[in-house]
Design a protein around this ligand. Structure first.
Ligand SMILES: Nc1ncnc2c1ncn2[C@@H]1O[C@H](COP(=O)(O)OP(=O)(O)OP(=O)(O)O)[C@@H](O)[C@H]1O
Length: 761
């Protein structure tokens, strides 16, 4: 039976891998909506509100909202005209239908997804159970809630918005609104907070109902690599990180330590081990007594050789701030976990902050699974269709654009080395700048953006920079980026959600920019994820505007070096060095293939994370259900005591589980399957946890309440970067083959991804 179930699950994943281009199924509903829309224009405001109230009563009496979609969408369209003076396009209404039908809709960048979500949110909010619109960042949550507020309020629907660091009382009110705009991350933290409440007024969230996820691929896929972790502070450091950082800075690569960038691995050589033992006066570094030292040295090596200042992080106000590789933004509350943060702080000579002890944690994938209904929107859904299907059971529906896209995407210009590439970028900027067209240059890192600006300045061209160092001026920079002659250099920050208006706000200068050919995009690197490249291109040619894009790259770029892409080239091209671009069909194909391979690997990492997290999540549910029983019980003197015990033991358990995971990959060396071993060990540990908890609770009546120190753990909310122990996903994939049918699904999907099979276009 079990085997049959696994085969069914396996096949189901493939069956779900659908991308629908066919919009015919929506035509019938669209016709009904637009027929009704005609009769709405003559109605008084009060009439529209009364019609909405009638639908609301029917839905609350148990009727399905589906039956009222045509009527309500026609009303919402009319309300848009009356309140915001916008007439929704036919394709936007079509997208709103698909959204209600649990799809991830792909709409071209700039087509107005913010409006689309409102139709579906209104329909689903009538039941009174709340709709969450999950945005990419806090700024968009606030902007969209305020922008769309008149529409909701006209229909008698309340709208709230969640911001990080908002007082709990304000958050509770916002979550009780009919529609709440928030980032997925903040909802996740509020969920964890609610799980650990000590009194009813500390419960922030109500039951989940429906989530519309904006920029769905970024939130449901890219962000899903990072578990949300509620961490408490513990004082003291077991080792002197600064001393270790100084020691490691003097080591020589390839003699004292080896590093394999592709596998994201760094380790001491035999020579390096002996040297370290001598320096720290220990006999055997691998002895249990020196475990902390060994780990700290490894982390310091990782900090020295794998993490780069102004690329992976910046230093601001004496603190390390991580830069998100997908968005180019500083992520204020993100930290590396398991001691790596401290190692980087020591490397930079900063004070080492105290390390976090995990108090509670959830993955975004599991959080989303608590919503009975989920749908999503993005400009780049097709590339992630397999993953939407396998993790979330969501299909992708491609919505045609309102006006045909006029953007010209030039084929990549590829150079043999970096200097030739930079020269070509400067030439390109000079050539396009002369025509008066605005230019947006997308760079990979803060460092690269600044170096390029210096180079452009030497050529006498003024430019503006947008990167993690100046994100507070983002809105002002973007406002200027579409003006005639503007040159803007940015990291991935000028990606999702960035609406560059041609000519700024002035109509006459818009006409001038349109006549000159619109915005020109220059990409200076191919990103690991092709979706990020598409988002960058998507800043030009919005809503039928003219525009163009050109990637100028070199075989020495990080992507090529990291993944050894030269190896994919024919032998005679590998050592070529020339000033002009390389003209060879194989190269562009190889790069595209490499991006597919990398995406397959990243998928594999996420699949693994999911498989491990899934087991712990099930245990968390069991334990927190028990916590709820204590929470709502009446034995008040012992209640808090039973809860400061529950949370304390769970916290210890979470940390033990993190340590178990950290070392479990060694089981592969013993010919065992790490995932199986993890399940076995964590199952035994969980049973012990339950036994300990019951023991503590049964002894609770012997505790003198006056002696209890009911102190809560002092806590911080941390968004930890998953320092994945599976450094080489390919090895992991191979080692897993043959253990269980379920595990085969991932690798097979990866192979299909690489060869582009299984996609229906
Ligand atoms: N029906 C419409 N009529 C006129 N303007 C519209 C309409 N719908 C949207 N817009 C405008 O289009 C612009 C882009 O809208 P929005 O930010 O929602 O796009 P988007 O799809 O989220 O883009 P991206 O994901 O690329 O950032 C906004 O300036 C908005 O006012």
């Amino acid at each position: 039976m079990e085997a049959t179930k696994k085969i069914k699950t396996f096949l189901h994943r493939f069956k779900q891998t659908t991308v629908t281009q066919d919009v015919q199924p929506y035509e019938n509903l669209l016709q009904q909506i637009f027929e009704r829309a005609g009769s709405m224009t003559g109605k008084a405001d009060a009439e529209l509100q009364q019609m909405t109230n009638v639908i609301r009563e029917k839905v609350r009496a148990g009727e399905s909202p589906d039956a009222h979609m045509a009527q309500l969408y026609a009303i919402v369209g009319e309300v848009f005209r009356r309140t915001l003076h916008i007439t929704p396009y036919r394709v936007q209404v079509m997208a709103a239908i698909a959204l209600h039908q649990r799809k991830v809709i792909e709409m071209q960048t700039g087509e107005g997804k913010t409006l689309v979500a409102v139709f579906t949110a209104c329909l689903n909010a009538l039941a009174g159970k709340g709709v969450h619109i999950l945005t990419f960042n806090d700024y968009l949550a606030k902007r969209d809630a305020n922008w769309m507020r008149p529409v909701y309020e006209f229909l008698g629907l309340s709208v709230g918005c969640i911001q990080e660091n908002m007082p709990v009382a304000e958050k509770r009110l916002a979550y009780r609104c009919d529609v709440t705009y928030a980032t997925a991350k903040e909802v996740g933290f509020d969920y964890l907070r609610s799980c650990m409440a000590y009194a009813p007024d500390e419960v922030i969230l109500r039951d989940f109902n429906y989530a519309i996820v904006d920029e769905a691929d970024a939130i449901l896929i890219d962000e899903a690599r990072n578990p949300l972790v509620f961490a408490g502070n513990i004082a003291g450091q077991p080792v002197d990180h600064h001393q270790i950082a100084r020691y490691v800075s003097g080591l020589t690569p390839y003699r004292d330590f080896m590093l394999d960038e592709y596998a994201r691995n760094v380790f001491l050589t035999d020579y390096g081990i002996e040297k370290t033992e001598y320096f720290f006066a220990v006999q055997n570094l691998y002895d249990d007594n020196h475990h902390d030292l060994l780990i700290a040295v490894n982390l310091a090596l990782q900090a020295r050789s794998m993490l780069r200042k102004d690329v992976d992080y910046i230093i601001d106000d004496g603190r390390i701030k991580l830069v998100d590789e997908f968005t180019g933004r500083v992520v204020e509350d993100r930290k590396w976990q398991n001691g790596l943060q401290a190692a980087v702080e020591a490397k930079e000579g900063l004070a080492v902050q105290s390390e976090g002890r995990i108090l509670n944690s959830i993955s975004l994938q599991h959080l989303m699974n608590y919503y009975p209904k989920v749908s999503g929107m993005t400009g780049t859904a097709q590339h992630a269709a397999e993953e939407f299907a396998s993790f979330y059971g969501l299909g992708v529906s491609v919505i045609p654009s309102h006006k045909p896209c006029r953007r010209i995407d030039h084929p990549d210009r590829i150079f043999t080395h970096k200097a030739a590439k930079v020269k070509a970028i400067i030439d390109e900027i000079q050539k396009v700048h002369q025509t008066g067209r605005p230019i947006l240059i997308g760079t990979l890192t803060v460092k690269e953006s600044e170096e390029l600006q210096a180079e452009i300045q030497r050529q006498g061209i003024a430019s503006t920079i947008l990167n993690a160092r100046n994100n507070e001026s983002e809105a002002a920079i973007i406002e200027q980026a579409g003006l005639p002659g503007a040159v803007t250099i940015s990291t991935n920050m000028a990606g999702r959600g960035t609406d560059i208006l041609l000519g700024g706000k002035e109509q006459y200068s818009r006409e001038a920019v349109v006549a000159s050919g619109g915005l020109h995009i220059i990409g200076t690197n191919r990103h690991e994820s092709v979706r990020i490249d598409h988002q960058l291109k998507g800043r030009a040619g919005r809503q039928g505007d003219p525009g163009s894009s050109q990637f100028i790259i070199s075989m020495e770029d990080d992507l090529m070096a990291k993944y050894g892409l030269k190896g994919l080239l024919p032998t005679h091209l590998r050592d070529l060095r020339q000033d002009g671009p390389i003209h060879h069909a194989t190269i562009a194909r190889s790069i595209a293939q490499a991006q597919r391979i990398i995406e397959g690997q990243l998928y594999e990492i996420r699949l693994n994370l999911h498989q491990y997290a899934h087991f712990t999540e099930r245990q968390r549910t069991i334990l927190f259900d028990r916590r709820q029983d204590v929470f709502f019980s009446e034995e008040s003197p012992w209640k808090e005591y039973s809860l400061f015990q529950h949370d304390f033991l769970w916290s210890y358990y979470m940390n033990d589980i993190a340590a178990l995971r950290e070392g479990i990959h060694w089981q592969r060396m013993a010919g065992k399957n790490p995932l199986h071993e993890f399940h076995k060990s964590s199952d035994a540990m969980f049973r012990q946890l339950i036994a300990d908890l019951e023991d503590k609770l049964s002894n609770a009546s012997n505790v003198d309440v006056s002696e209890l120190q009911l102190k809560r753990p002092s806590s911080t909310w941390t968004y930890l970067v998953n320092d994945n122990p599976f450094k080489n996903p390919l090895m992991l994939m191979l080692s897993n083959i043959g253990y269980q049918v379920d595990l085969l699904a991932g690798p097979l999907m990866m192979i299909m991804k690489i060869f582009g099979w299984g996609k229906r276009r």
